[in-house]
Design a protein around this ligand. Structure first.
Ligand SMILES: [Zn+2]
Ligand SMILES: [Zn+2]
Length: 154
């Protein structure tokens, strides 16, 4: 039995070494290809995480991931750096400060719009919701209706 295992090991060792010797160049090409595919997959994961942290715009999220998936990281990553939003979502002006500046952050693309606007100037998304109690129109981001104090349940 042990001699049988030895033969299997020997034959597999022989196969491997012959593979390396006869196809040395191909082995190097395979290793480079493997490293490239590994970096490709890592880039796709990194871009997906990065774009999700930067925007809620699903069109831009999909485009970014498709760019690096189909154009490879060599072309896709530089393009991604050009199109990605500069700031992370968490770094955008928080609710209270934008309120003090009379601005409304769009729930779809995070663009800051003047408070009196009904729709986002970047993507056309409706900026306000109607209060269930009094019908007053107020921004999505508000937790309570500023007129009657009813909670925002949307
Ligand atoms: Zn918008
Ligand atoms: Zn109300």
């Amino acid at each position: 039995m042990w001699s049988g295992v030895g033969v299997v090991l020997n034959s597999s060792t022989w196969n491997w070494s012959s593979l390396f010797q006869s196809n040395g160049l191909w082995t190097i090409v395979n290793v480079i290809l493997f490293v490239f595919i590994f970096l490709w997959i890592i880039s796709i994961i990194w871009v997906a995480k990065d774009i999700l942290a930067r925007t809620q715009n699903s069109g831009l999220q999909t485009l970014s991931i498709l760019l690096v998936t189909f154009l490879t990281p060599i072309l896709g990553l530089p393009l991604y750096f050009v199109i990605r939003p500069v700031y992370y979502k968490k770094d955008l002006i928080p609710r209270r400060e934008s309120c003090a500046l009379n601005l409304i952050a769009c729930a779809n693309c995070s663009t800051l719009n003047p408070k009196e606007y009904e729709c986002c100037i970047s993507c056309g998304e409706k900026l306000k919701i109607s209060c269930k109690e009094c019908g007053h129109q107020y921004p999505h981001a508000y937790a309570y209706c500023p007129i009657c104090g009813a909670p925002n349940i949307e």
